[in-house]
Design a protein around this ligand. Structure first.
Ligand SMILES: [Zn+2]
Length: 201
């Protein structure tokens, strides 16, 4: 009889521990996942279907071995595998801009092959999203677009393999930053949930 109760207590304790640890795990996981959006998660806001990151963001590497002797691995944006043509949506509301020739106004945003540049609305510092290697643009400079708007089609301009290169740039320190451009932007994007494509204005 005593044996029976001991055994029962053992399982009760064990179950309590399991509940405790799993609750703690999901609590911590929930908090940390709210802080940063993964590159795959972010890709879902831009492209339809299965998201594959072919080249992740890398802004620094410590050792020569890590950085590569022959190839420079540093990458200012994220590359997503994308068939041509695939519709690309803007993850943020903003204004379509372009580097002004002869001006340094958008200097870090050098015009690159098939680029669409969106200046994010509502940021304290000028913030930009760049979409490269596009085959077609449905927006023009000066257009004000809403998040979820289809801005163009993927392509392979300036690259061998068709893919979408997305870059987030902060103007002032001329630096590309990822994966948390600003918590406000990430929160805005997350809170929007499933964005439905809307027509460009
Ligand atoms: Zn790239």
């Amino acid at each position: 009889m005593l044996h029976y109760f001991r055994r029962k207590l053992f399982w009760q304790k064990r179950r309590a521990r399991l509940v405790y640890y799993s609750t703690a795990f999901f609590f911590v996981f929930g908090i940390t996942s709210a802080w940063a959006m993964s590159e795959e998660e972010f890709g879902k806001l831009l492209l339809p279907g299965k998201i594959t990151v072919t080249n992740p963001f890398l802004d620094s590497c410590d050792s020569k071995r890590e950085c590569g002797r022959v190839f420079k691995l540093l990458h200012a944006g994220i590359d997503y595998r994308a068939r041509v043509p695939t519709e690309v949506r803007s993850p943020v509301s903003g204004t379509v801009v372009k580097k002004k020739s002869g001006s340094k106004e958008y200097e870090p945003l050098k015009d690159r092959a098939g680029s669409i540049i969106v200046e994010v609305t509502g940021e304290e510092k000028p913030m930009y999203f760049l979409f490269l290697h596009m085959s077609k643009s449905f927006v023009k400079v000066g257009d004000i677009i809403k998040a979820g708007c289809i801005i163009g089609l993927t392509g392979k301009k300036g690259t061998i393999f068709p893919h979408l290169h997305v870059e987030y740039k902060e103007m002032r320190d001329k630096k590309s930053i990822w994966p948390t451009p600003s918590l406000k932007t990430i929160e805005d994007i997350k809170n929007r949930g499933n964005i439905s494509p809307v027509q460009a204005v």
